[in-house]
Design a protein. Structure first.
Length: 290
């Protein structure tokens, strides 16, 4: 988290900052980051704070125009957010506010927040905080959050499918739950290899053919007795925690059953059973980790 010049203006990021700007005379700041996507458009996020000075000139709007002009043909997703202190409910009375929204519309940026964001007793509500995006075709959800922390309501926007996601890998393992070693050995002994005759002369090609045939039939046999299964998320988690043995896994399943029964019934009996097993499992895991 970065606090900009002790202003109520913050941004969270995972990449290095690309550009910043600070204007002392007009008292505004802007910070920008770029999120790199390999399979889709990069995302550029700008966050702003502009002081509500009555003597401000057009420097803020000029700087914003110059920056957006540079991004105009970049084919990147643009998100602009912040406290601009231009009341969009009064653009007909404030020429700089009207110029501000016109600049954003000209660059295909649409506001996500349409309701007042600052509500103070004995004052008219104001729409001075906002989030602007240039991707109206996406599935977008936005709004204000009710909070007593500040007289500014927090804004949010949720945009689907902006970040590249790694394809989900299905983890396959062999299921030995019903594996019987004697039945498996019997099937292996009964494997009949094609093209195999001890009296034949073994050439390289002949050996390759026999080996491939043996490999295919052994694979078919093991698939029959220990077929592959897709591991669940819980199984993968347990595998990463080797101290959770089969006994503890069984107790965890029993504990989860008691918890679901408690959620349905709100019964103290089921909650006490759940709590007993939960504490028991914690003690066992603590001992197993040693």
């Amino acid at each position: 988290m970065w606090n900009l010049y002790q202003r109520p203006h913050k941004i969270y990021w995972k990449k290095d900052l690309n550009e910043s700007f600070y204007d002392v005379n007009n008292e505004f700041q802007s910070y920008w980051i770029e999120i790199i996507n390999k399979a889709s458009a990069n995302i550029i996020i700008g966050t702003f704070y502009r002081h509500p000075k009555t003597t401000s000139d057009n420097t803020f709007n000029d700087k914003l125009t110059a920056t957006l002009d540079r991004l105009a043909n970049s084919n990147k997703t643009i998100i602009i957010t912040g406290d601009f202190n231009y009341d969009l409910l009064k653009i007909d009375k404030n020429s700089q506010a009207k110029q501000f929204i016109d600049i954003l519309y000209t660059h295909m940026l649409q506001p996500c927040i349409l309701e007042p964001t600052r509500i103070v007793n004995h004052q008219n509500p104001a729409l001075i905080d906002n989030i602007f995006i240039n991707i109206v075709e996406k599935n977008v959800k936005s709004g204000n959050l009710t909070s007593s922390i500040s007289d500014h309501l927090p804004n949010y926007v949720i945009i689907s499918d902006l970040i590249d996601h790694s394809p989900k890998t299905k983890h396959k393992v062999r299921n030995f739950n019903k594996f019987e070693i004697k039945d498996y050995q019997k099937d292996v002994e009964n494997i009949n290899l094609l093209h195999y005759n001890p009296e034949d002369e073994f050439t390289t090609d002949k050996l390759d053919t026999i080996y491939n045939d043996l490999q295919d039939k052994l694979t078919t046999t093991i698939d029959k007795h220990a077929p592959f299964k897709i591991q669940s998320k819980q199984e993968i988690k347990w595998k990463q925690s080797p101290w959770i043995n089969k006994g503890i896994q069984k107790l965890i399943k029993i504990k989860d059953v008691f918890y679901r029964k408690y959620l349905r019934s709100k019964s103290t009996f089921w909650f006490n059973r759940f709590k007993y097993y939960r504490n028991w499992i914690k003690r066992l895991i603590f001992i197993a980790k040693k």
